[in-house]
Design a protein around this ligand. Sequence first.
Ligand code: PHE
Length: 283
Amino acid sequence: MLGQAANKVKAALSKALEAKKATLDGAEDGKVGERAPVDLSLPGRRPPVGHSHIVAQVAEELVDIFAELGFQVAQGPDIETEYYNFDSLNTPSDHPARDSHDTFYVKPGVVLRTHTSPVQMRVMEKIKPPVAVVVPGRVYRVDYDASHSPMFYQFEGLLVDEGVSFADLKGTLNHFIHKVFGAKVKTRFRPHFFPFTEPSAEVDISCSVCSGSGCRLCKHSGWIEILGCGMVHPNVFGYAEYDTEKYTGFAFGMGVDRIAMLRHTIPTIHHVYDNDVRFLEQF
Ligand code: PHE
């Protein structure tokens, strides 16, 4: 029964194939049947093909650089409690530094995370030192202008072990910056304040456009700020129940979109997130 049916199908297919072959054989000089001439040497039309987004590409590159140094990737929720986003990071509700984060509140006590730093605490609660993690992720702030978007990407790093020093922080970040921006770029560590690190610093790189001689991008200073960092504050270790006599650590955080913008001299952050393929397909 099945064999008979199969033979029928086979016969029908062979017949159709023969018929098509006959028409093609009859065509001369690329003329197929009655249709207009076809130039078979023309290249075909390429179907549009997608690729990963510029921010995803840069985030992956950053992860790879730190993976080589032994860091693992950690993640946390976008919707975060005030405890993880602020309190456990040594930023109680009456702390003036809270005002600098224009926070989206979901409901009392619950926020859209304003930075990836809460993942530091989530990791430290789960594992004991040595800790070496990086955290790529979305963050949210009530902010909108040429260089700010209400949603953007950060990249956090945390290293905790016995004997970790500020020199380790500097060495690690310098290595990373030279990998991303090239061996010639200069770096500068400027004292700064973050509630969850002490001492804290901001890191500048020599301007990628004018190499330090002064231009619009670097506002004629020759330097561009790219990240915040510091030694983990003992109070933060207190919340994590880490022994502050035994362990020290460093942390850092940066905007992934900002790194991408500096790399490719993209003038406004909105190009990055507006999803215009004419822009995105260039990367
Ligand atoms: N979370 C800080 C910010 O969003 C950056 C930072 C991370 C600073 C880790 C120090 C240590 O600005």
